[in-house]
Design a protein around this ligand. Structure first.
Ligand SMILES: Nc1ncnc2c1ncn2[C@@H]1O[C@H](COP(=O)(O)OP(=O)(O)OP(=O)(O)O)[C@@H](O)[C@H]1O
Ligand SMILES: [Mg+2]
Length: 434
């Protein structure tokens, strides 16, 4: 444990002034604990007000109070101040209350009269257990600061210079499309850059899971009457991630996709792009009418692949399609789950062999990192909001910058042809098969 412990801010909530005073006196001896909110709160409402104002790390909460009981106040405080751990103080162990309190988000319980040792130990314990939440909030708030701007973005109100549509796609399931889409979207956000992430993986979209957002409505609510959507309607359908990123989620059930036409999706993305600097679109694996229409309206297509032979073969087919459709100039080829040379055993395909074989430049290689990806998905925090200077967050940020620069340039990014591979490795033969 670190020797320079942070000071734990504690808010005391109890309707009896003597109880508050006694607890306050007990805590006054502890150098790592600071009581905030003056004399504390004597009602549930006051508790919410003081908690919102002082953002305590720990709230010691009485149950029975005038106006609003401690359980209702707990519920509201845990929603408003995610980093606050509520400890319920009750006169006796009333099981009914305990269960309700737990459901409301309480972290621990103390029975009155509270002994000093028990009080200190409980406060320190719940504070330590909340460390991951504090870290998560710190990351979110750094992203929020980056996007802080005056006023709300006015949806469907065209803004000058807006509307870069970036479609992220892979012909191979699970290659990392959603990972790239969510991270690039989050990394593109700045105080002067409005970003919308659209989940066009209509059947099995999982952007909501990746970002831990709950939407009441989805893309299906906007594609229904795509020609009549207005700002209010769009606002009611989009959800805002804790970082400030706007998200349009996929329908909750796969069958809903049957009622969504590819024309409506294309039209919707185009309409929405008038109000954002970037619209990042996550897509399903199939190459079909919808994905083709999205490629058509995209300014850049991020083509994601893994360095495996089956995946590279499918990429080659897609590059042929893009070439025939005159879309090759907009393709940014990204390799995900790349192992370093040291880690790469025999059999893994080196990046330069892939480039040579496809005659197409890889603009970004994102390392394989199972642990980092797992934690990011489970916490609902994009990697780019976490360890920014570490792989794979760093590479994802660099990719976002590459995307930004490539659309800011007048001419599309060059996709330099690679020279033919000199070695006669078996790779060419393997890749050229069907
Ligand atoms: N570089 C990486 N290192 C380790 N794991 C990764 C990496 N990129 C993605 N993953 C993980 O692989 C899984 C699939 O990634 P993701 O959902 O982004 O792929 P997808 O192409 O969107 O898949 P789907 O075809 O299901 O839409 C996820 O659990 C993700 O966390
Ligand atoms: Mg996906």
């Amino acid at each position: 444990m670190s020797s320079e412990r942070q000071v734990i801010k504690v808010l005391i909530v109890d309707d009896i002034p003597d109880t508050r005073e006694n607890i306050r006196k007990l805590l006054a001896f502890e150098p790592d604990i600071e009581v905030v909110g003056g004399d504390g709160a004597s009602t549930g409402r006051e508790a919410i007000e003081l908690a919102t104002q002082y953002k305590p790390d720990v709230v010691l909460m009485d149950i029975n109070m005038p106006d609003m009981d401690g359980i209702t106040a707990t519920k509201q405080i845990t929603m408003a101040v995610r980093t606050a751990a509520v400890v319920i103080m009750s006169v006796q162990n009333e099981q009914g209350y305990m269960r309700q309190a737990m459901l409301a988000g309480a972290r621990d319980f103390l029975t009155k009269p509270v002994s000093s040792e028990e009080l200190y130990a409980t406060i320190r314990r719940v504070y330590e257990r909340n460390e991951p939440i504090r870290q998560q909030e710190a990351q979110m708030s750094s992203l929020r600061t980056a996007v802080a701007r005056e006023g709300k973005p006015s949806v469907l109100t065209p803004i000058a210079g807006a509307g870069h549509i970036i479609v992220v796609y892979s012909p191979q399931a699970g290659a990392g499309v959603t990972t790239v889409a969510t991270n690039v979207a989050a990394a593109l956000m700045r105080h002067d850059t409005r970003v919308l992430l659209v989940d066009a993986n209509l059947q099995f979209g999982d952007v909501d899971t990746f970002l831990n957002v709950q939407a009441q409505r989805s893309i299906a609510d906007l594609t229904k009457n795509v020609h009549d959507i207005d700002q209010e309607m769009v606002d009611s359908v989009l959800v805002t991630h804790a970082s400030g990123l706007k998200v349009l989620t996929a329908p909750p059930l796969p069958v809903a996709a049957y009622d969504i036409s590819s024309d409506a999706v294309r039209e919707l993305v185009q309409q929405l792009s008038k109000s954002y600097d970037f619209v990042i679109v996550d897509t399903p694996t199939q190459y079909d009418d919808m994905t083709h229409k999205l490629f058509d309206v995209a300014e850049r297509i991020i083509l994601v692949a893994n360095p495996t032979i089956p995946c590279v073969r499918n990429v080659r087919k897609m590059l042929d399609i893009f070439r025939d459709a005159g879309m090759l100039d907009k393709v940014l080829f990204v390799l995900n789950r790349v192992l370093s040379e040291k880690e790469r055993g025999r059999g893994a395909v080196p990046v330069n062999s892939i480039e040579s074989h496809l005659k197409f430049k890889v603009v970004s290689t994102i390392p394989l990192d199972n642990a980092a990806m797992l934690v990011a998905v489970n916490q609902g925090v994009p990697l780019v909001a976490k360890a920014k200077s570490q792989s794979p967050g760093r590479e994802l940020i660099e990719l976002a910058e590459h995307v930004r620069k490539s659309v800011e340039q007048e001419k599309p990014e060059e996709t330099k042809p690679q020279s033919e591979p000199r070695s006669k490795s078996g790779l060419r033969a393997l890749l050229s098969g069907n």
